[in-house]
Design a protein around this ligand. Structure first.
Ligand code: SF4
Ligand code: SF3
Length: 538
């Protein structure tokens, strides 16, 4: 195995014995084989397009799902990858049959082994290091593209689940993976292609925004209790709002309270979700604290999308996976049929008594913020708001991530902190007060809602008749997995400069690629909160 797609990669260089995330070598090799097989399907789809032949829309949907399943902390179950590889090859063969041209030797002619052990061996021969490329900087960009495409695939899958699709997004997924096996583009062309991935991700996030707000309404500012209510309980984690909605409907009137964990917190802001009276509150913090927090939860736990960690034996029997999530030994429920989860919750003790642990606010997505845009703009013009910080991105276990807590604590009282994604759990319950009625800490949603933050920045730039880079706005970003890579590429595509990124820089960027980013985008690693605040505020 060799994997260096996430921020916690071993020694900051790569996991080669077993994943720091718990990924076993066989799963890593199988995931590499999924990507290799998808590359072949991508080549076939690109050839079909060149010949003017249609690629079925559901092949795009499948492609996104299969690629999403290789994202960090999504699926750890080796058995789940065999059918994905087989279906990829079957779809490729179906396309190959109607093509006039024959496909090149390699991923497009690959024949999968018949058993899991054989597939695992094949995967070991088709990892990241086996991609044809002699220039290390181009190889770095090819890897960046693969990781960015995984992020796009995740968002495309979320959007498609709620009926929002754009064939152009799937076409880029095909083309992007197929391009990693070409050797005729120079460094400049590769930089352009990686930025194009950011552009396609923006379109994908736009679809997802339309999907979520179309199905559940625009989020509204909502106060969410952090304590517990006496009674039976189910905890829902991940990003999938459709799963949550189905669970809320299936538990209506049963006396079971539904709690969110991690990235599901912003779900409380959606009118069509919050209307359910038993959608009670938020429990715990970010994904990396599952072990402690899940072990203490007295009800059933449902994991949608990512980010699952190895369940402790104490709660392996209470945790359920759905969608693309998998863990060997954890019960998987399909098609939004949550009966087993509900039965488990009924059999468990639930919370014995009410506990009050305060509340947090969420629901400040683009619509909510735009509705008070006038007040915000006046406050900036009157000098009451001096600066905005977007402190956003993923959380993780590294101690260096305390930077983000301290940064928010030390941000001056005349500044506003916008946040999204799971990195916010480092500071989401801080009482930062308000500026003339505008809360100083505004939770815009999940990482899936980065589109909201971009729209707000663009609207502010319009109001002040300047570019986004000229706004009193600084981006302090934390990354962990590949959705964050895709978002970062979107911000680069939009020409955003001066971003601060941490807790460490991606291991897959070579010094030359990094230098390019520094020279053209002034992107920098985080230093200390004091120094960064001083540098930003002058
Ligand atoms: Fe290592 Fe991250 Fe890959 Fe897991 S996902 S194997 S921690 S680089
Ligand atoms: Fe978090 Fe996984 Fe990235 Fe959705 S839940 S932001 S790490």
């Amino acid at each position: 195995m060799f994997c260096y797609q996430c921020e916690q990669t071993a020694k900051g260089t790569g996991c080669d014995k077993m994943g720091v995330c718990g990924k076993q070598p066989d799963v890593s090799d199988l995931q590499d084989l999924v990507v290799y097989a998808l590359t072949g399907l991508g080549q076939a789809a690109v050839a079909a397009k060149a010949e003017g032949k249609a690629v079925p829309l559901d092949t795009g949907r499948f492609f996104a799902k299969a690629l999403f399943s290789t994202l960090t902390n999504v699926n750890f179950d080796p058995a789940d990858f065999k059918p994905l590889i087989e279906e990829t090859v079957a779809r490729r063969e179906a396309l190959a049959k109607v093509l006039a041209a024959s496909l090149p030797e390699g991923p497009a002619t690959f024949r999968p082994a018949l058993d899991l052990a054989g597939l695992t061996r094949q995967g070991a021969e088709h990892g990241l290091k086996n991609i044809p490329e002699t220039n290390p900087d181009i190889l770095s960009l090819k890897h960046t593209l693969i990781f960015g495409l995984k992020g796009v695939a995740a968002y495309a899958d979320h959007a498609a689940i709620l009926g929002q699709e754009d064939p152009a997004v799937y076409e880029f997924l095909y083309q992007g993976l197929a391009d990693t096996f070409t050797t005729d583009k120079d460094l400049g062309a590769w930089v352009a292609l990686v930025l194009k991935c950011g552009e396609v991700n923006l379109r994908t996030m736009e679809l997802l925004d339309a999907a979520n707000t179309g199905a559940y309404g625009h989020p509204v500012p909502t106060e969410v209790p952090l304590g517990a209510k006496a009674g039976k309980a189910i905890l829902v984690s991940g990003h999938d709002l459709k799963d949550l909605k189905a669970l809320l409907e299936q538990t209506a009137g049963l006396g079971i309270n539904i709690y969110t964990h991690g990235e599901m917190l912003p779900a409380h802001g959606y009118p069509e979700l919050k209307k359910h009276p038993h959608f009670y509150g938020h429990y715990g913090t970010a994904w990396q604290n599952q072990h402690k927090e899940f072990a203490a939860f007295p009800g059933a736990i449902l994991m949608t999308t990512n980010c699952i960690q190895r369940p402790a034996d104490s709660y392996l029997g209470n945790i359920f996976t759905t969608g693309l999530v998998g863990w060997p030994g954890a019960t998987h429920v399909k098609n939004g049929e949550f009966g087993p989860v509900i039965e488990k919750a009924k059999a468990m003790p639930g919370f014995a008594a009410d506990t009050d642990q305060g509340t947090v606010m969420t629901g400040f997505a683009r619509n909510a913020i735009m509705s008070v845009a006038g007040t915000v703009i006046d406050a900036v013009k009157a000098g009451k708001i001096k600066h905005f910080f977007l402190v956003a991105g993923c959380d993780g276990a590294k101690p260096g991530r305390n930077y983000y807590t301290e940064f928010v604590e030390k941000a001056p009282a005349d500044t506003i902190v916008l946040t999204l994604a799971c990195g916010k759990f480092r500071f989401f319950d801080k009482k930062l007060g308000d500026i003339g009625g505008i809360p100083r800490l505004l939770d815009m949603g999940q990482c899936n809602d980065a589109y909201s933050a971009i729209q707000v920045a663009v609207a502010l730039a319009k109001a002040f008749e300047c570019g986004v880079n000229d706004l009193p706005l600084s981006m302090i970003l934390s990354w962990y997995e590949q959705k964050a890579v895709a978002i970062l590429l979107t911000l680069l595509h939009l020409g955003i400069k001066n971003m601060r990124l941490g807790p460490t820089l991606p291991a897959f960027l070579t010094p030359n690629v990094l230098n390019y980013l520094v020279a053209n985008y002034d992107i920098k690693p985080i230093s200390t909160p004091e120094e960064d605040l001083k540098a930003i505020l002058g």
